[in-house]
Design a protein around this ligand. Structure first.
Ligand code: FRU
Length: 494
C-alpha cells in the first residue's frame, strides 16, 4: 500500500518535471527530477539495469524531509526517472528517510536499507534526530517498509555511542550468502567511527565490531561509509563532516576520505595504511559504489558541496546532480578513477591536434562546446626551459569563463569558477598539488553543460566542480606564459 505522502510526491514530481526542458539539465549526469537532491543511495544492479536512488525533497530547492528519488539506466549515462521510492510516512521515519543502500534477496526482491529519522525534543527544548536503520522490500518500482522496523536502534550501539548520529547503512552480500553492513556513527569523543553489523538473512542484524575509528583526525562525524575489496586491498570510503585542511588535502569542510588498508574478517577490524581525499575539486560528497556485473567497482558521488549550494539561484527549477560514474582501481597504493568506459560510446566528432607549440593565447578550430571530452598532454615547448603557466579556459564568451591553470614550477593545478556566472561570495577556486615532472601533465576534462570533471594523470586525481554558466558560453582557448607543447584530442559527447 502506497502512503498518501508517497502518492503526493509521485504526483507532484510527474507534473513538476514537465516544467524543466531537456536542455536545462545535464546531458548524461543524473540530475534531480524536480526540487532538491543530495546523496546517491541504493546504487545497485538489479533486474538487468542500474538503479540509483537519491536523497530527495521534491517540493523546494532546499533540503527538507527526505524522500528517496529513483532512476534507472542500462549504461550509467542515460537515466530514466522512476516514481519516488520512499517517503517519510511512518512513525520511525516521519522526519526523513536518510541515506542507505540496496541488495538483491535470494527470492529476487530488492532490499533497501536506510536511516529512519525521528525528531525528539530534549529537556532543553531543542530537537535532536533519533536515527535508526530500517528496511524496505520491493520489485524495482514499489517498496514496502518492513513491519519490524527499525532493525537497528540505540540498543545495537556499542557503549557510549550516539543514537543521534547513527546513519547511512551500506549493505553488501558476502559470497557465503550472508550480509554485512557498515554504518556511520559517533563515539563519546565526538568524532566519527564506522560500525559493522552482520546478518544471516538481511532482516535480523547483530553488532559485530567497530570497523574503524576517526579519533578526531579526519573531521568529525563520518557520514556515508562504503567498504569493499579492490585489487587485493580493502577500501573504506567515507565523507567526514567539518574537516580541517591539511596541506593540499581535505579542503572542502564536508569532504571525502579514502582509507586503503587490510581487513581482518574474523575480528571485523580494518587497519589503515594510506589516506587521501577522493576528489580534489569543490563539489563532490557522499559517494557510493556498486559492483558491476563485469566486476568493475563503480563509484558515483553527489556533485555538490554543502557549503556552496548558493551557487545555484533559488529561482531555478532543480538543484542537485550526480558526478560521472567512475571506475575505481588501486595503483601504487593509491585510489585511481576513470570515467566509466561506457562514456567512450558517446564520443563523436573527433578533432585532434598533435605537437602544437605555442605561447600567449591560442584558439583551435572546432575546439569548443559544453558537452565534451577533451584530452590534453602538456610538455615544455623549449628544451631546458620550463614554462611559467599553462591555462585552459572554457565555458567562455565575452562575459564568462572558467579556468584550469597549471604552474609547473610549483606543480599546482587550479580550477577557478569566479567568472562562471556566480553572484555569490562562496568558494570558487581550488588548488591541488599534482604529480608532474619537467612540466609534463595529462588532463582529461569532461564537460556536461553545468559541470567540469578533470581527471589528472590517467585518474591519479580528480577535480570536480559545478558551474551554472549561460549555455551560450561555449568557447575554449589555451594560454601559455612561456612555450608549451601539447596534444589535444576532443570529442563531443552525444
Ligand atoms: C550526507 C547526509 C547523510 C544523511 C543525508 C541526509 O550528505 O548528511 O549523512 O543520511 O545526508 O539527507
Amino acid at each position: 500500500m502506497t502512503s498518501q505522502t508517497l502518492r503526493e510526491a509521485r504526483k507532484y514530481e510527474e507534473e513538476a518535471e514537465k516544467m524543466i526542458k531537456e536542455e536545462e539539465r545535464p546531458g548524461f549526469h543524473l540530475s534531480v527530477r524536480t526540487g532538491w537532491m543530495n546523496d546517491p543511495n541504493g546504487f545497485s544492479y538489479y533486474k538487468g539495469q542500474y538503479h540509483l536512488f537519491y536523497q530527495y525533497y521534491p517540493y523546494d530547492l532546499k533540503w527538507g524531509p527526505m524522500h528517496w528519488g529513483h532512476a534507472v539506466s542500462k549504461d550509467l549515462l542515460h537515466w530514466y526517472y522512476l516514481p519516488a521510492a520512499l517517503a517519510p510516512d511512518e512513525t520511525y521515519d516521519r522526519d526523513g528517510c536518510f541515506s542507505g543502500s540496496a541488495v538483491t534477496l535470494p527470492d529476487g526482491r530488492q532490499l533497501l536499507m536506510y536511516t529512519g529519522v525521528l525528531k525528539e525534543q530534549r529537556k532543553n527544548g531543542k530537537f535532536h534526530d533519533i536515527q535508526t536503520q530500517c528496511l524496505a522490500v520491493g520489485d524495482g518500482v514499489d517498496y514496502v517498509k518492513y513491519e519490524n522496523n527499525p532493525v537497528l536502534d540505540a540498543e545495537d550501539l556499542p557503549e557510549g555511542s550516539s543514537k543521534y548520529d547513527f546513519r547511512d547503512p551500506k549493505i553488501w552480500k558476502k559470497e557465503d550468502g550472508t550480509y554485512c553492513c557498515v554504518v556511520g556513527n559517533r563515539p563519546s569523543d565526538g568524532s566519527g567511527q564506522i560500525l559493522l553489523y552482520t546478518s544471516l538473512d538481511g532482516f535480523q542484524w547483530n553488532f559485530k565490531s567497530i570497523l574503524a575509528s576517526n579519533h578526531n583526525r579526519f573531521g568529525k562525524m563520518w557520514e556515508c561509509p562504503d567498504f569493499f575489496k579492490l585489487d587485493g586491498k580493502w577500501v573504506l570510503l567515507t565523507s567526514p563532516q567539518d574537516m580541517l585542511p591539511s596541506g593540499f588535502e581535505y579542503h572542502n569542510g564536508n569532504g571525502t576520505l579514502c582509507l586503503i588498508g587490510d581487513y581482518d574478517e574474523e575480528t571485523g577490524i580494518f587497519t589503515e595504511q594510506h589516506d587521501q581525499a577522493i576528489d580534489y575539486g569543490i563539489d563532490f560528497y557522499a559517494p557510493q559504489t556498486v559492483l558491476a556485473p563485469d566486476g568493475r567497482r563503480i563509484m558515483i558521488g553527489w556533485m555538490q558541496n554543502w557549503d556552496a549550494c548558493a551557487l545555484r539561484s533559488p529561482e531555478e527549477k532543480w538543484l542537485g546532480q550526480m558526478s560521472l560514474p567512475r571506475e575505481l582501481f588501486i595503483k601504487d597504493g593509491k585510489l585511481y578513477q576513470h570515467p566509466v568506459k561506457e562514456l567512450e560510446k558517446m564520443r563523436k566528432n573527433k578533432v585532434e591536434y598533435y605537437n602544437i607549440t605555442f605561447s600567449n593565447l591560442l584558439n583551435l578550430d572546432r575546439i569548443q562546446g559544453r558537452r565534451i571530452d577533451l584530452e590534453l598532454t602538456l610538455r615544455p615547448g623549449e628544451p631546458e626551459k620550463l614554462y611559467q603557466k599553462f591555462a585552459l579556459r572554457f565555458a567562455q564568451n565575452d562575459t564568462y569563463q572558467t579556468a584550469l591553470s597549471f604552474r609547473p614550477h610549483e606543480s599546482i593545478l587550479k580550477i577557478d569558477r569566479k567568472f562562471s556566472g556566480s553572484r555569490r561570495a562562496i568558494i570558487h577556486q581550488r588548488r591541488s598539488l599534482v604529480n608532474s615532472r619537467n612540466g609534463e601533465l595529462k588532463l582529461r576534462l569532461i564537460l556536461d553543460r553545468f559541470s567540469a570533471e578533470v581527471f589528472i594523470n590517467d585518474g591519479e586525481q580528480v577535480m570536480t566542480m559545478v558551474m551554472y554558466t549561460d549555455l551560450a558560453a561555449e568557447g575554449i582557448c589555451f594560454f601559455a606564459d612561456g612555450m608549451v607543447n601539447m596534444d589535444v584530442v576532443k570529442y563531443d559527447l552525444v
